[in-house]
Design a protein around this ligand. Structure first.
Ligand SMILES: [Zn+2]
Length: 314
């Protein structure tokens, strides 16, 4: 049983209940299961309920995918905004250094995150996230540079080399190949999603380390959901261009605003097209849950970034 928080709001409870492998999301405290989306149905024909594990460590709270937690060769955490020292509007565990927060507090928060997952912060490998599709290969013997290279995915075969990226609505994609023991982490905003950062990362894992897509487990992390992600007509047009028939990825407006883009489904569809068969969705919307996560959209740009960490063990 997952470690459920002692006090669960209806919204949080909805998110827990919505974590079904065929996808689900909440709106106005109702749970929608878009089972009409045949592409979301697992090949075995049944829906398995996944619950993310929620762990508290020295006041820091992080989530873990059930499917990745089953493997002792990988450690991972999708951190929240809880347990740090930054002040509003970056309260409190902001690990983003480009949002206007005090650099000393950001450094301290990064140290706290490293401590919670038992790694040394200077060993971290990260990128300068630019909404592109470049992939960085992290090697232990290459000393990290600052600023880090511009890229939106990192892959590694090195144990004990923590991969870290920062998020506030964009989609964290966590990759693990348990056969070859390869880890990957990617950042997928709408541009990266449409450009195929997920499939590009799978391809880089295949070309660099000989991974087979069907062996790779992918976790689609907390990010802005189809309940909240209104987009303009120009984005809808780009979705149609990238995915062809995009009816199932764009949901009609319910409140007079724009249509809503389903980044979770779009990334899942792109990954399945690349041959990935094992996908777990967090189905946690950052904009619905600003008490736990940063949301660029819900907080009108004045907010921090939460960290996603992935680290191979021995
Ligand atoms: Zn939402």
């Amino acid at each position: 049983m997952a470690d459920l928080p002692s006090r669960v709001s209806r919204c949080q409870l909805g998110n827990y209940l919505g974590q079904i492998s065929i996808g689900g999301f909440t709106q106005h405290n109702l749970i929608y299961l878009p089972i009409r989306r045949e592409t979301w149905l697992p090949p075995t024909g049944y829906a398995r309920l996944y619950l993310m594990r929620r762990t508290t460590h020295d006041g820091l709270v992080f989530y873990q995918f059930e499917t990745l937690s089953d493997h002792s060769a990988i450690n991972h955490g999708l951190f929240t905004r809880l347990g740090g020292i930054s002040e509003a509007p970056f309260d409190t565990l902001n690990v983003g250094s480009t949002v206007g927060d005090d650099p000393a507090r950001v450094r301290a928060n990064r140290e706290r995150m490293a401590s919670a997952m038992a790694f040394s912060e200077p060993d971290t490998r990260t990128t300068w996230q630019v909404h592109g599709i470049d992939v960085l290969v992290a090697r232990r013997d290459e000393v990290p540079v600052w600023p880090p290279p511009k890229a939106d995915a990192i892959i590694t075969a090195e144990h004990g080399v923590p991969l870290v990226m920062r998020f506030a609505d964009c989609v964290p994609l966590l990759f693990f190949d348990p056969i070859n023991r390869i880890a990957g982490l990617a950042h997928a905003g709408w541009r990266g999603t449409l450009s195929g950062i997920g499939p590009v990362t799978v391809q880089a894992m295949s070309e660099t380390y000989g991974c087979r897509p069907q062996d790779i487990i992918v976790g689609i992390g907390p990010s802005i959901g189809p309940c909240c992600y209104e987009v303009g007509t120009e984005v809808v047009a780009e979705v149609q261009e990238a995915f062809g028939d995009a009816k199932h990825l764009v949901l009609p407006s319910t409140n007079g605003g724009g249509d809503r883009l389903d980044l979770w489904a779009a990334n899942a569809q792109a990954l399945r097209s690349a041959g990935v068969e094992q996908i777990e969705m967090a189905c946690i919307c950052t904009a619905c849950n600003t008490h736990e996560f940063y949301s660029h959209r819900a907080e009108k740009g004045r907010t921090g970034r939460f960290g996603a960490v992935l680290k191979l063990g021995r």
